[in-house]
Design a protein around this ligand. Structure first.
Ligand code: PLP
Length: 405
């Protein structure tokens, strides 16, 4: 396809054709490339039918397109497609683990280890589970640059009663890239199961699941140039096979009698009801889009933008930048605070100038408490962003400062 980063790519994203739009909110949701929209439209226009059950050619083709999405995602991230389960989003993927594996395996007094930087999606399900089962939540703290203190993890693991370590691969606020393979190795040595929230990692950095070796890895398509409404849970086969299903009904069954029901094989056991078919097709097209550019090139482009962003933003008077100072250790997101201006006001004034950033707690209220703030302003970058977008942000902040003196 010959795609390459920056300006040339902006035209791949129809929404970016809007006049004067500087989209710096891909950590919330990415823009959708034309190829993904086309793949989904083609399903609706030429292949519309249900998947899995039909034997006529139209249904077989629809099934191939839909299952092709699963195979593309699995082979890209190096995981077994049968152990690659479609969910609605990352939140549902993590809830599936907490509800099924968690309820079958957690007993009173077990410890569940989280980090202070977790998104609520990888925090609240564990809190709910712990409350229900009488388990104890423990926290791995961060230092002032937003780096995890793994000596605390080691100390917790020494106790021998840690059942789960749940950790984000890349922070959606500070961008911190966590050493997940290392965390998995340490947790496995002490018999703990590791659940990784890979939502911000998959679109930004090379991810090799076979190498990381986690027990569960969750992500969501809409932050990875794919459609909304579909996410993925990759799981270790032995665990998935032993886990009870969590939603029951059509498609997830083997045989149903008046007395009992047996479960379908993986991955279908965890995919009750009619699947998000067009979304599965779109997810496959998003993987094709990323692979055509190359995740290494995406990372290199975004790393360079973050380094430039950190340098330019540091020039803004009264700014505090959160997270690692070295672009090598962070993903494509920069959270900041501006003296005398509330993050919501910053985002609103920038929005009037066409610069779209996010303000709020970013579903990380435990992290906000650790940073001592109620909210941050957050700019995040994707493959279509350029240095000019960073310049527009910095210029916009000058307008904000004029308003707030
Ligand atoms: C790190 C992280 N985890 C999980 C999620 C939840 O993603 P979804 O809403 O698609 O389930 C987000 C989205 O903001 C995120 O940034």
């Amino acid at each position: 396809m010959g795609l390459y980063a920056g300006t040339a790519l902006q035209h791949e994203f129809p929404t970016l054709d809007r006049e004067g739009l500087v989209y710096l909110d891909s950590a919330a949701t990415s823009q959708t490339p034309r190829s993904v929209i086309d793949a989904m439209t083609a399903y609706y226009e030429t292949t519309r039918s249900s998947v899995h059950r039909g034997v006529y050619p139209l249904a077989v083709e629809a099934t191939e397109r839909f299952e092709g999405g699963r195979e593309k995602a699995a082979s890209w991230l190096r995981w077994d497609p049968e152990c690659t389960i479609f969910t609605r989003n990352a939140t549902e993927a993590i809830n599936a683990v907490a509800y099924t594996w968690g309820r079958a395996n957690i007993v009173p007094g077990d410890r569940i280890v989280l980090t202070e930087m977790e998104h609520h999606s990888n925090l609240v399900p564990w809190q709910v589970l712990a409350a229900e089962k009488g388990a104890v939540l423990e926290w791995v703290p961060i230092d002032d640059e937003g780096i995890l203190d793994l000596t605390v993890l080691d100390g917790l693991l020494q106790g021998g009663d840690v059942k789960v370590v749940a950790v984000g691969h890349v922070s959606n606020v500070m961008g911190t890239i966590n050493p997940v393979a290392e965390i998995v190795a340490r947790a496995h040595a002490k018999g703990a199961v590791v659940v990784i929230d890979g939502t911000q990692a998959v679109p930004q950095i090379p991810v090799d699941l076979s190498d990381i070796g986690a027990d569960f890895y969750a992500w969501t398509a809409h932050k990875a140039y794919g459609p909304t409404g579909i996410g993925i849970l990759h799981g270790r086969r032995e665990l998935l096979e032993a886990m009870p299903p969590w939603l029951a009904g059509g498609h997830m069954v083997g045989r149903v009698t008046k007395e009992r029901t047996t479960w379908a094989e993986l991955p279908h056991k965890f995919e009750a009801g009619t699947s998000a078919i067009a979304e599965g097709v779109g997810l496959g097209a998003a993987v094709d889009f990323i692979r055509a550019i190359g995740i290494e090139d995406i990372r290199a482009h975004e790393r360079e933008l973050v380094a430039y962003g950190l340098e330019r933003l540091a020039e803004v008077p009264g700014i505090t930048l959160h997270g690692p100072r070295d672009a090598d250790h962070r993903g494509a997101v920069i959270s900041f605070a501006l003296d005398h201006a509330h993050p919501h006001d910053v985002a609103e004034i920038l929005g009037r100038e066409g610069v779209c950033i996010r303000a709020g707690h970013h579903c990380t209220q435990v992290l906000m408490a650790r940073l001592g703030v109620g909210a941050t302003s957050r700019a995040s970058f994707a493959i279509h962003n350029t240095r000019e977008d960073v310049d527009a942000l910095v210029e916009g902040l000058a307008s904000v400062q004029k308003v707030f003196g």
